[in-house]
Design a protein around this ligand. Structure first.
Ligand SMILES: *[C@@H]1O[C@H](CO)[C@@H](O)[C@H](O)[C@H]1NC(C)=O
Ligand SMILES: *[C@@H]1O[C@H](CO)[C@@H](O)[C@H](O)[C@H]1NC(C)=O
Length: 363
């Protein structure tokens, strides 16, 4: 009788140790304690599923290229660049939306996205489509910290927050949905004044995040907006025959990106004095997207100026739905709908940002 019990105990201890060891290996492979993301549809994994907005994508054909083909609320046919990043840094395969009510503490700690499709840095932008403002995303982050703190203790939570990675991706909607489309901001701000107005909001958001204890913060620039199929459709003199990028709408993106980089440097200079462990990073997406469009054959893309869903000219969100015709091979397309990249394009964006990601990990 004794021997089996002892064997059993030995086995149990052995299994426990093995589990401990495996957990440790996993923890060691993690490059950040967690990964927290803020912004718009480029990084929303489904927060809009839980709010009353027309800006949704939790229906087919969105998510078509997931193995179970489940539409998650990501505005693409599969994963986002932030999913690839979460996986690369050893945290999780898919970065879930914070508003998912089923997330446990472990999920909250390894990382979530607070992003909301249709949002922007200008407080007016999220009101257009009733989505989650950036300031509200910050409130959710505070709430998330509190939930984690209640579970693991304040000190451990604060250490966790310090060692996590942060990523902000927004700004396109401030131009596409707001400044270019509505008269309100255009009436008050020249394009250059609007750039500065947005940058002040970016700066405030970063300061708030630093105030919450974040230390490694990456901010994405904005894409060549004049290359979005929707922008081409709305502004080309011939929608069918002239579908090249419209530089009039891309040049404000370049100006914004320059100003953003300049502001990040200015902030870093001050942080080097006040908070030396705080690091701000710029992630370029303009260059990689422009390259995917211009040098498309290099990436195996055939279609660069219309989306895979529907006609490819205007459909996005509810207009790209189960009744839409879908292209047979999205990996040949840069754009999934008239605004958002395909999973393949997001993967290319991830690959293009790898040097920056590795730099963040090692600094
Ligand atoms: C912006 O324009 C509106 C009118 O469209 C005006 O009422 C408001 O005072 C202006 N705001 C600023 C800050 O100039
Ligand atoms: C901030 O300090 C780091 C070294 O810790 C240095 O590499 C970097 O150039 C400094 N940045 C600025 C903007 O001064």
């Amino acid at each position: 009788m004794r021997l089996p019990i002892r064997t059993c105990l030995v086995m149990k201890i052995f299994i426990l140790c093995l589990l401990c060891f495996m957990a440790k290996v996993e923890a060691v492979n993690r490059k950040f304690s967690g990964f927290y993301v803020f912004g718009d549809s480029t990084v929303d994994a489904g927060n809009n599923n839980y709010i009353g907005t027309p800006f949704k994508s939790n229906f087919p054909p969105y998510g078509r290229d997931f193995s179970n083909q489940v539409p998650t609320g990501r505005f693409t046919n599969g994963k986002l660049a932030t999913d690839y990043i979460a996986s690369y840094v050893g945290l999780k395969k898919l970065l879930p939306p914070y508003l998912d009510p089923n997330l446990n503490i472990e999920e909250l700690m390894t990382g979530v996205t607070f992003a909301s499709a249709g949002s922007g840095f200008d407080p007016l932008t999220p009101t257009i489509s009733n989505v989650i403002p950036i300031a509200k995303q910050m409130e959710y982050f505070r709430e998330c910290k509190k939930r984690v703190g209640d579970a693991v203790g304040k000190e451990r939570m604060e250490n966790h927050v310090k060692k996590a990675g942060y990523f902000i991706s927004a700004g396109t909607n401030d131009f596409v949905l707001n400044y270019f489309t509505l008269p309100i901001r255009r009436g008050n701000y020249t394009i250059s004044a609007y750039h500065h107005f947005l940058i002040q909001h970016v700066k405030q958001f970063i300061l708030d995040l630093l105030g919450e204890g974040a230390r490694k913060i990456a901010v994405s620039g904005i894409p060549p907006m004049g290359c979005l199929p929707l922008m081409i459709t709305l502004n080309s003199p011939n929608v069918f025959l002239q579908r090249g990028c419209i530089d009039k709408y891309s040049s404000p993106a370049r100006d914004f990106n320059l100003l953003l980089q300049h502001e990040l440097q200015k902030m870093q200079l001050q942080l080097n004095v006040s908070t030396p462990d705080a690091k701000l990073y710029y992630v370029d997406i303009y260059g990689p997207i422009a390259d995917m469009i211009q040098a498309h054959t290099k990436y195996g893309f055939d279609e660069v100026n219309n989306g895979c869903c529907g006609s490819g000219y205007i459909e996005a969100s509810v207009m790209c739905n189960r009744f839409s015709i879908v292209c047979s091979d999205p990996s040949k397309y840069v754009f999934w709908d008239s605004i958002h990249p395909t999973e393949k394009a997001y993967h290319n964006l991830f690959l293009a940002s790898l040097p920056t990601i590795d730099f963040i990990i090692n600094n």
